[in-house]
Design a protein around this ligand. Structure first.
Ligand SMILES: [Zn+2]
Length: 93
């Protein structure tokens, strides 16, 4: 057999993971625990981003509402501006 002297040897450094009980390499991170941790961190990050997005949308709505109130309080001037634009359009025809 070709290179039979390089054959793989059986692993002897396999231990039970103290976290989940599945077999893992000694002195190595358990892949099952690592996967769970990664998924949890990803979910938490996503939640954080979603919360920030919600906050941003709320802030935008608040600013829009403030602008609307401001416009309403200056209502007469705003309507005049609109008519002015209409007049310009009529002149343009
Ligand atoms: Zn584990």
């Amino acid at each position: 057999m070709r290179a039979s002297n390089k054959g793989l040897k059986n692993l002897t450094n396999i231990v039970e993971c103290p976290g989940c009980g599945k077999p893992k390499l000694m002195h190595h991170l358990c892949k099952h625990c690592y996967r769970n941790l990664r998924l949890r961190i990803r979910a938490e990050l996503k939640e954080e981003v979603d919360n920030k997005e919600k906050e941003r949308i709320k802030e935008n709505l608040r600013i829009k509402e403030e602008l609307r109130i401001k416009k309403e309080s200056q209502g007469v001037r705003g309507e005049e501006g609109g008519e002015g634009v209409r007049e310009v359009r009529e002149v343009g025809r």
